[in-house]
Design a protein around this ligand. Structure first.
Ligand SMILES: Cc1ncc(COP(=O)(O)O)c(C=O)c1O
Length: 424
């Protein structure tokens, strides 16, 4: 099928939820992808943080082939040999005790919210009423289902679907005073991404995370961390919270867990898990033998790449900082390991840079309007970073972009003048 016929068919047949780039990908190997015209692309997005071992990784292929020929699905009515084995590995690397497997990030997050509510109902009461309020963060993103939307602090995702789950309050990002002020005896959980991904690669501060841990510990509430994007090696440690010396009560993971197959998980403590009983939560597909067997392989390979993620991540971040020193339109470079963002001075410029990189056959994306997001596979090398830095440098130096910048600055000056004269 040609790209044009796929586009025509999708326009007629699919819900119009995506605004896709007009590229038809056919295969991938390592850090590269090939489209239907034979063009090769350097993948610095890895399917939004999913293909952490790149494409067609030999160990993943081997496991997939072997397990697909044995057993793909059995449901959660019966045992298979891989859930407990995967849980053993995930609890060992997270310092938590138990796992629940599902199919996606948003499903893991929904389960975590249910766990917080049932834990509060079972274990602690606020007078006679169970605690039930949840504190989430401004600018957060936890997924597209209703509970996830209710805890997502960005109007563009929430507003079309209100009313959402009640009882959620939003704290200003990294504002310890606001957190202290909003936390009270009715709160059953504080929940946050250790590094906000869709929110523009914003790292939670140690003071804020430590206060969240202290308040939840002393208030018998739970600290829930969403590591769906930043967890499982992305920052050069198994989990991003391990950079802070803070241990959460619940962690959610998904994206890279099964190296491209859909698999999510909730990890938690024995104490929290003891409030769940058979029948309270479940899934048909979650934790199937195929996805779990592949995830075991992913976690095994992860051990060998963490040091590399830290090293190449530091190199990448230094190179981005180097660009910042020469291009005035770069506001900030943020992130950890191989979860990096570069904030530019306007959405138009960020959009233009993504598009120029795409023309140069490099995949990145733009998040939170003005931020270039880099989520490359963990197996990239310095030479791949150099290719991306060269392409960014030339995109940011191009005369078209400079003209765009002059236009943006003129528009912003005109806007300021207009606001000033209205206020006078
Ligand atoms: C931090 C975070 N939480 C939750 C989700 C939702 O995951 P999914 O798209 O697998 O439902 C995402 C997806 O981007 C995410 O980045």
């Amino acid at each position: 099928m040609s790209l044009a016929s796929v586009i025509r068919s999708e326009e007629r047949l699919l819900l119009p939820t995506y605004d896709r780039h007009h590229i038809l990908f056919e295969r991938g190997r390592g850090v590269y992808l090939w489209d239907s015209r034979g063009n090769r692309y350097l993948d610095f997005l890895s399917g939004i943080g999913v293909n952490a071992l790149g494409h067609a990784h030999p160990a993943i292929q081997r496991t997939l082939k072997r397990q697909a020929g044995r057993l793909i699905h059995i449901s959660n009515l019966f045992f298979h040999e891989y859930q407990a084995e995967l849980a053993k590995r995930l609890t060992r690397i997270s310092g938590l005790d138990r796992a629940f497997f599902c199919n996606s990030g948003t499903e893991a997050w929904e389960g975590a919210l249910k766990l917080a509510r049932i834990y509060a109902r079972t274990n602690n009461t606020n007078g006679h009423k169970p605690k039930w309020r949840i504190l989430a963060l401004d600018n957060s993103f936890h997924g597209r289902t209703f509970g996830s939307l209710a805890t997502t602090g960005q109007a563009k995702y929430r507003d079309p679907f209100v009313p959402l789950l009640p009882g959620v309050g939003f704290v200003r990002f990294n504002d310890v005073d606001d957190l202290q002020h909003q936390f009270d005896a009715g709160v059953c959980a504080i929940c946050l991404e250790t590094i906000q991904g869709e929110g523009g690669i914003c790292t939670v501060s140690p003071e804020f995370l430590k206060l969240a841990r202290k308040l939840t510990e002393s208030g018998d509430a739970l600290l829930i961390l969403d590591e769906i994007q930043c967890g499982l090696g992305r920052t050069g440690r198994y989990f991003a919270y391990q950079h802070y010396g803070v241990q959460p009560d619940i962690v959610t993971i998904a994206k890279p867990l099964a190296a491209g197959l859909p698999l999510g998980a909730i990890l938690t403590t024995d104490r929290v898990a003891s409030s769940m009983h058979p029948g309270m939560h479940g899934t048909t597909f979650g934790g199937g033998p195929l996805a779990c067997a592949v995830a075991i392989e992913f976690v095994r390979v992860l051990d060998d790449v963490l040091d590399h993620v830290r090293e190449v991540g530091t190199y990448f971040s230094q190179q981005l900082e180097g660009l910042k020193a020469t291009h005035g339109c770069i506001r900030e470079v943020r992130g950890m390991g191989l979860m990096l963002g570069m904030e530019l001075e306007s959405a138009d410029i960020a959009k233009a840079v993504v598009s120029v990189l795409l023309q140069n056959k490099i995949l990145i994306n733009r998040t939170h309007e003005t931020v270039l997001r880099f989520l490359p596979p963990y197996i990239i090398r310095e030479k791949h970073v150099d290719d991306v830095i060269r392409a960014l440098d030339s995109a940011l130096s191009s005369s078209a972009l400079k003209r765009q910048r002059v236009a943006t600055q003129a528009a912003s000056r005109a806007h300021n003048r207009h606001t000033r004269s209205r206020n006078e």
